[in-house]
Design a protein around this ligand. Structure first.
Ligand code: COA
Length: 158
């Protein structure tokens, strides 16, 4: 069974992330959307809140499950029996960081490969930080994130 891990902070998950998760689910028998715990970045949402949002959003993808992880991503993949890490690529700017991370991950565990998927064009400009900035200033975010996430952001910034 082919298994891949789509990891990220997902603070919060956006339509861009969802697009990548759906694309990945068509390539692998099972995907795990793995939410990094609070240690990596200062997050607006707690790990539990980010997991709940991811669970709400990926509920329609039959071969996807949600989990949290801490420590090295490649160690987590190995524990889960996953052989691929999924990363979304949006703009050229992503490439350098992603290449470095893919090579670092491969040097740590050379049997785990990184698979890059291109975002759909309409999601290329979306990032979690920009969505949070817009939401904090009462901007319109409904086209950028799933409805459950838009509501959660509104509650946070009320
Ligand atoms: N659509 C929308 N936004 C996207 C996106 C897409 N397809 N792809 C990336 N992004 C955005 C995210 O919203 C996020 O935006 P932000 O910085 O404004 O919040 C940014 O790109 C990066 O997010 P993401 O791709 O989720 O990466 P991350 O930095 O949040 O998470 C980990 C990276 C957690 C997977 C990585 O740090 C990791 O593996 N950590 C574990 C330790 C480890 O193994 N390190 C590597 C070896 S030392």
């Amino acid at each position: 069974m082919s298994k891949a891990v789509y990891a990220g902070t997902f603070d919060p998950i956006t339509n861009g992330h969802l697009d990548i998760a759906i694309r990945a689910s068509k390539l692998f028998d099972q995907i795990i959307v793995a939410v990094a715990d609070d240690n990596y970045k200062q997050t607006l949402f707690t790990t539990e809140e980010r997991c709940q949002m991811v669970t709400d959003v990926i509920g329609d993808i039959p071969n996807a499950m949600v989990d949290t992880f801490s420590g090295l991503l490649v160690d987590y993949c190995q524990r889960q029996g996953a052989t691929s890490v999924i990363r979304g690529l949006r703009v050229v700017l992503d490439f350098e960081k992603e290449l470095q991370m893919a090579l670092m991950n491969r040097s740590l565990h050379d049997e785990i490969d990184t698979v890059f998927l291109m975002s759909e064009a309409k999601y290329l400009f979306i990032s979690s930080s920009l969505v949070k900035n817009a939401a904090a200033l009462d901007g319109r975010i409904e086209d950028l994130v799933p409805p459950a996430v838009a509501q959660a952001l509104k509650r946070k910034y009320k």
